[in-house]
Ligand binder design. Structure first.
Ligand code: 5GP
Ligand code: ZN
Length: 149
């Protein structure tokens, strides 16, 4: 049987519909594996999403061989965002699961331009020292999980 030229997709997924051209977007980049387009509910001016053309719900479902192309496209678009928006900084992030704030279940990287003091994304890391006994237990559990993979 001939291989379909269309990427694997989910019938209900809005990002698959954008990839297929069935929904409009403000596209800024396209290559063999990825597209990037403006977020229609931007958290800051110049907020861009970078997605694989294939449907994978989140990072945990992403095949290793797509991660390189997606990060390469993300870096390329981030350079363009830096050039065109001149932000003071940028956050790159992605959410996995409802509890993490994920609302579209097709893997995507956010590129979020930041201005000093804009308060757009509050982060808790680096503020309160961790408990070393707890960190050691967590690291031990993680090493065990990695060894089983
Ligand atoms: P998540 O919350 O899953 O990390 O991010 C999903 C992002 O997709 C949100 O920032 C939201 O504004 C954006 N978004 C949702 N629907 C659409 C759409 O139809 N077109 C575009 N361009 N962005 C969308
Ligand atoms: Zn999809």
């Amino acid at each position: 049987m001939a291989k379909s030229p269309l990427p694997p997709r989910d019938a209900e997924c809005i990002f698959c519909k954008i990839v297929a051209g069935e929904l409009p977007c403000h596209k800024v980049h396209e290559d063999e594996h990825t597209i990037a387009f403006m977020d229609i509910f931007p958290a800051s001016p110049g907020h861009v999403l970078v997605i694989p053309k294939d449907h994978h719900p989140d990072l945990l479902a992403m095949p290793d061989d797509l991660l390189g192309p997606v990060m390469a496209a993300t870096r390329r678009v981030a350079l363009a965002v830096a050039k065109s928006q001149g932000p003071d900084g940028m956050n790159l992030f992605q959410a996995n699961g409802v509890a993490a704030g994920q609302t579209v279940f097709h893997f995507h990287m956010h590129i979020l331009p930041r201005r000093t003091g804009d308060g757009v994304l509050s982060t808790e890391h680096g503020k309160r020292a961790g408990d070393h006994a707890m960190l050691a237990r967590e690291a031990e559990a993680l090493r065990g999980a990695l060894a089983d993979m």
